[in-house]
Design a protein around this ligand. Structure first.
Ligand code: GLU
Length: 471
């Protein structure tokens, strides 16, 4: 039986597999692989009932080859130092794969957020921010947190507010964190960004007829059967976009059980049901599966793990029936599990590429904060006027007149939302093509994950070479 190794060690094994296929200096590879810094904090929390509790938290900055460093903050009882370090390494590789100019970082607070009131969560978040600021672990040019498992826009707005209170007059202070509410410097499209990116990545992978034929599948997402593990921010938006594009979501697994319907689940209705009841269980027209992990083994074309790490292991990998494993979570497949999937000829779309939509749109938000202007604000009306002029010129050339609806569509100047979506789509498509090409042209490259790591390593090496540190 495979012995269990730490999450960091798993990520390192993936890195080593790729590094062995490059001819870079070994010492440089080690510099890239190792985590630059970890800050562990212990601070007291005064609970609403007056009692005092000790809170444990971390922030890891994996690589400073580009600055600031970037990565989410997770609130989970499972948080530990190794997890935060492994996730920060994945952030470094993720940013390099999609050409977002950040080093990787990750933070975590070891709490189960369900056990705390809003006021307590606010005190924890503000104190955590204060601790980070005290040690120079946060700032628009230093390290920029974002949401992750168990956090969202509310936490990000407390972080921004605390940081700004400590740095009055710092003109770029809003860029100290991303994933903020729109009214506090956030950007339209950030909330759904990771799920949307997951959709673009799956759609791109499914668009190659040759690759699909090897899996015995037709090209395109239409009609593909999909199982999704996790119905949080990433899983629920991925489900929504896949459903809208014509895929059939046959099962959703959550921590409290899974629901299954081989004819497809009505995703908007499921989202409404979860909003009303707090859970996916009890959803009509679906079979309930008490052991949620069993859902990973259901018959389907695409399995989307969108929850936590270490879900597909050497133990359950042999029973997975999906032909495509689309890693929306960070680290959902262990190194040994991954080898079993490869041997079975499955297509794994790797996490560090597939879930990069979040950090891509975070990058757009950060740019917006530094430029102090909403995307599209300057050019929208100008574009509209120019397009209308073009339409009129075409019409006066004797061709038919455009209907009002057609003219509105064609002469529409780009809004912030349009630009975020198209920018994200472009990056997801382009990055997939980059890693697919590396996979196809590198002898001995076993899978897309290794190709994605090779892509990241080559870009980071180039950065060190340009810095002149390693000749
Ligand atoms: N937490 C997200 C991730 O794992 C987003 C990070 C960010 O936007 O900085 O990629």
């Amino acid at each position: 039986m495979a012995q269990s190794i730490s999450f960091s060690e798993q990520v390192n094994r993936y890195f080593d597999t790729a590094a062995a296929l490059t001819d870079h200096n070994d010492l440089l590879l080690e510099v890239i692989q190792r985590c630059n810094g970890v800050y562990k904090m212990i601070f007291p929390l005064k609970r609403d009932d007056g009692s005092i509790e000790i809170i444990e938290a971390w922030r890891a900055e994996h690589s400073h080859h580009k600055q600031p460093t970037k990565g989410g903050i997770r609130y989970s009882i499972g948080v530990n130092q190794d997890e935060v370090m492994a996730l920060s390494a994945l952030m470094t590789y993720k940013c390099a794969i999609v050409d977002v100019p950040f080093g990787g970082a990750k933070g975590g607070i070891k709490i189960n957020r369900a056990n705390y009131s809003q006021a307590e969560l606010e005190r924890i978040t503000r104190r955590y921010t204060f601790e980070l600021a005290k040690k120079n672990f946060i700032g628009p040019g230093i390290d920029v947190p974002a949401p992750d498992y168990g956090t969202g826009a509310a936490e990000m707005s407390w972080i921004a507010d605390t940081f700004m209170a400590m740095n009055s007059g710092m003109v770029d202070a809003l860029g100290c964190v991303t994933g903020k509410p729109i009214a506090q410097g956030g950007i339209r499209g950030r909330t759904e960004a990771t799920g949307r990116g997951v959709f673009y990545g799956i759609r791109e992978a499914c668009s190659y007829a040759d690759d699909m034929a090897k899996l015995g599948l037709e090209p395109g997402v239409v009609g593909k059967t999909v199982v999704i593990q996790g119905f949080g921010n990433v899983g629920s938006y991925a489900a929504r976009f896949l459903h809208e594009a014509g895929a059939k979501i046959v099962a959703i697994a959550e921590w409290d059980g899974a629901i299954h319907n081989e004819d497809g689940l009505d995703i908007p209705a499921l989202i409404a049901h979860r909003e009303a009841t707090g859970s996916i269980t009890g959803f009509p027209n679906a079979t309930f599966i008490a052991n949620s992990l069993d859902a990973l083994e259901l018959e389907c074309d695409v399995l989307v793990p969108a929850a936590l790490e270490n879900q597909i292991t050497a133990e359950n990998a042999p029973r997975i029936k999906a032909r495509i494993i689309a890693e929306a979570a960070n680290g959902p497949t262990t190194f040994d599990g991954s080898q079993i999937l490869d041997a079975a000829g499955k297509l794994v779309i790797p996490d560090a590429y597939l879930n990069a939509g979040g950090v891509v749109v975070s990058y757009f938000e950060w740019l917006k904060n530094l430029s102090h202007v909403r995307f599209g604000r300057l050019e929208k009306r100008f574009e509209e006027r120019a397009y209308r002029g073009l339409l009129q010129a075409i019409e006066s050339g004797g061709s038919r007149r455009f209907t009002e609806q057609e003219a509105d569509l064609l002469a529409h100047g780009a809004t912030e939302e349009d630009l975020v979506e198209s920018g994200l789509e472009d990056i997801m498509v382009d990055s997939y093509q980059q890693i697919r090409n590396i996979y196809l042209t590198n002898d001995g490259c076993p899978n897309l994950r290794t190709a994605a790591f090779i892509s990241a390593i080559n870009k980071i090496v180039r950065c060190y070479e340009e810095l002149g540190i390693f000749p």
